[in-house]
Design a protein around this ligand. Structure first.
Ligand code: F6P
Length: 407
């Protein structure tokens, strides 16, 4: 074994780390035998609480524990094109554990479809060449489903990549959890809690729209924890008459108000059928023109869907004769300080990520598995979505406490 690298900080004390003999992490001697590297970090997709905690986790472990050089790239993958940098030194990494958003900025730019001077271009090769030129050995991408796909493309083009799962939607495949979700769940739960007293006072239906894209985890979790009377998620298409009947039954039994937690992606049975048939048509489309036409059709359906919560509330008012109101929680769910659970998760995954880089394990996402972290090949993650299984224990618990799920 060669001499251990000289570390920039005195943080490394034998026996003080999680790399003890029972750890599932890379052995200490192997890590210390590896030469120092320069790594980049970026955050892509929508921001979520815990991103800074993860940047700090990766950065402090990589810099202070292993003696690497750490560079942050700003505004997602665009930072890799335009060399927008932030040196992640000790002072920059300090004091960010508790802050929301991302100190690096983010964007939804995709390497293979990036708008450069008004033209959409594939910048995959440019990114690979830039990283080589700048001596960046590996890029850590913190992101959700879309970012995992982009990361796989870059990996296949020869870029050393490790990703971390972040999203308030909790829909990244192959990981028990993604950071951002726990905080958003707390925020949405508090909102559902608070809506109870005002709905009760006015004898109203309050329909609370909760984020989650096409997954129902956030709505189901907040609805369960906050005691919503109706929970509507994309995975269980609803029948509006069934919901109205559940609300009427509550009134009959003396509860003249109801809280409906509806996921932004939830749909009536009819709309769900229309969407899935359009998606099937897209899979079957052979020519470019056919594909474009179906894509336009899907885009129009998506625009129409944006008013779904308002329409649902009006419909329920007509059917139950109870006044209804809508609360759209929106980006409040993504803002502010991360919860303790998210800080812990982000720190665990971030530090495990540094271990993997030292061991040269690339092309993987650092997944949360129980109390541990494990690398999962990006091929198994990209393009997959973790939806709520219809028989999931959260769904069954909701049914047992007689919450209406609209089906
Ligand atoms: O993926 C996170 C998320 O907040 C989704 O829940 C939501 O559908 C989407 O991002 C909103 O995106 P934007 O911030 O770009 O409006």
């Amino acid at each position: 074994m060669g001499k251990p690298p000289i570390l920039e900080t005195p943080d490394l004390k034998a026996g003080s780390s999680h790399l003890d003999k029972d750890s599932t992490r890379t052995p200490y001697w192997l890590l210390m035998a590896t030469k120092a590297k320069c790594i980049g970090i970026l955050t892509a997709g929508g921001d979520s609480p815990g991103l800074n905690a993860a940047i700090r986790g990766v950065g402090k472990a990589a810099l202070g524990f292993y003696g690497m050089k750490v560079v942050g790239f700003r505004d997602g993958f665009r930072g890799l094109i335009e060399n927008r940098r932030l040196d992640l030194d000790r002072s920059t990494l300090s004091g960010i554990l508790t802050t929301g958003g991302t100190i690096l900025g983010t964007s939804r730019d995709k390497p293979h479809r990036m708008v450069i001077n008004g033209r959409t271009r594939d910048m995959t090769g440019v990114i690979r060449d830039n990283l080589k030129k700048w001596g960046i050995e590996c890029v850590v991408c913190l992101g959700g489903g879309g970012t995992q796909k982009s990361a796989l493309r870059l990996h296949q083009a020869g870029v050393n990549i490790v990703t971390l799962p972040k999203t308030i939607d909790n829909d990244v495949a192959m990981t028990d959890a993604s950071f951002g979700f726990a905080t958003a769940l707390d925020i949405a739960t508090e909102a559902v809690d608070r809506l109870h007293s005002t709905a009760h006072s006015h004898h109203r239906i309050i329909v609370a729209e909760i984020m989650g894209h096409r997954a129902g985890w956030l709505t189901l979790g907040a609805g369960l924890a906050g005691g919503a009377d109706v929970i509507l998620i994309p995975e269980i298409p609803y029948d509006v008459e069934t919901i109205a009947e559940a609300i009427r039954q509550r009134s009959k039994h003396g509860s003249n108000f109801s809280i409906v937690a509806v996921a932004e992606g939830a749909m009536s049975r009819h709309d769900a059928r229309v969407f899935s048939s359009a998606e099937r048509n897209l899979e079957r489309a052979k020519t470019l023109n056919e594909k474009l036409e179906v894509k336009r059709e899907i885009a129009a359906l998506e625009v129409r869907h944006q008013g779904n919560t308002m329409r649902l509330a009006r419909h329920l008012e007509e059917l139950t004769h109870l006044e209804s109101r809508v609360t759209i929680l929106g980006h409040v769910q993504r803002g502010g300080t991360p919860s303790a659970a998210d800080r812990m998760l982000a720190t665990r995954l971030g530090t495990a990520c540094a271990d993997l880089i030292v061991a040269g394990k690339y092309g993987v996402m650092v997944a949360a598995r129980g109390d541990d972290a494990e690398p999962v090949p990006l091929e198994k993650v990209a393009g997959k979505r973790k939806s709520v299984p219809p028989g999931h224990s959260w769904v069954e618990s909701a049914r047992r406490v007689q919450t209406c799920l609209g089906d």
